[in-house]
Design a protein. Structure first.
Length: 283
């Protein structure tokens, strides 16, 4: 986390922890800035085990504060238009934009899973920024948002979801009408099967690059795309690989570089390239 580097004052921390449990708020208040910095940095150490009751909220604080820092470092406009790929019911990015942004800021996501969409709407109801949920495949975002309309596009812990969904389509697994979490082990096992057979790139590369090309069109000049990833404990128990999952950012980096899409990587101090990638649209 990048509390001191980004001058993330307590007022912003308090805003980002709005809605947290009393226990977590008391924990945050009891820590000095340096202690909080170390505590949040420790959340991303793989594999992530959310053992304490406050851990899920502290992980959320790590990500939301990191994204606020990125928006500040990259000079994202206060009235930014941001599109998030595959948000599900996770609200880390809209909370970050709500803290960073001012009047005119807008958050857009696309989601076909009805249960996740309902949960997302409930969780973001109290945010000040404009929220738009498009109930369609994110690959068709240009049908709803014009070319050159977005300042930022975010893939928060989404590379795995995208690849899983593509493989699920190959395997006939329903990800729209099913409970996502109940079918996820089946999807993860299918991804590993393709990977172990050396068939994963052949199965998903073209469709994945098409999504990145769409994002390139959606971005304004010098707009940015942010990717992050993390690895949770327990994957091996369901026939999946933590080592494979931890390589998603590098896998995406290699595929995007190979496709030569006019996106240049931006190095941000303090952000590990294993878990983060920031790309900027070339002019």
């Amino acid at each position: 986390m990048h509390l001191t580097e980004s001058n993330m004052y307590r007022s912003k921390i308090n805003q980002l922890s709005r809605g947290f449990s009393a226990e977590t708020k008391e924990l945050i208040a009891s820590l000095s800035d340096d202690e909080l910095h170390r505590r949040l940095d420790g959340m991303i150490t793989p594999p992530i085990t959310l053992a304490e009751r406050s851990d899920p909220e502290m992980l959320q604080l790590y990500y939301t504060s990191s994204y606020v820092h990125l928006m500040e470092f990259l000079n994202v406009p206060k009235d930014a238009k941001l599109f998030e790929i595959a948000a599900g019911d996770t609200i880390f990015i809209p909370k970050a934009l709500d803290t960073h942004g001012e009047e005119g800021a807008k958050y857009v996501t696309a989601n076909l899973n009805q249960d996740l969409t309902e949960g997302f709407r409930d969780k973001t109801a109290e945010l000040s920024i404009e929220i738009q949920v498009i109930e369609d495949n994110g690959a068709r975002i240009l049908n709803y948002c014009g070319q050159g309309s977005m300042d930022v596009i975010v893939f928060h812990h989404a590379l795995n979801d995208i690849v899983q969904t593509m493989i699920a389509q190959h395997e006939g697994i329903d990800t729209i009408n099913s409970d996502w979490w109940s079918v996820e082990p089946q999807m993860l096992q299918a991804v590993m099967d393709y990977h172990n057979r050396g068939e994963l790139k052949q199965a998903v590369y073209s469709e994945f690059i098409s999504i990145i090309e769409t994002c390139h069109q959606l971005l304004k000049e010098e707009g940015i795309i942010i990717f992050d990833n993390c690895t949770y404990a327990g994957y091996e128990k369901i026939g999946y690989s933590s080592e494979f999952h931890s390589n998603y950012i590098q896998l995406a980096r290699e595929w995007i570089n190979e496709a030569d899409l006019g996106l240049q990587e931006v190095q941000v101090p303090g952000f590990d390239a294993k878990w983060w990638m920031v790309l900027q649209k070339s002019v």
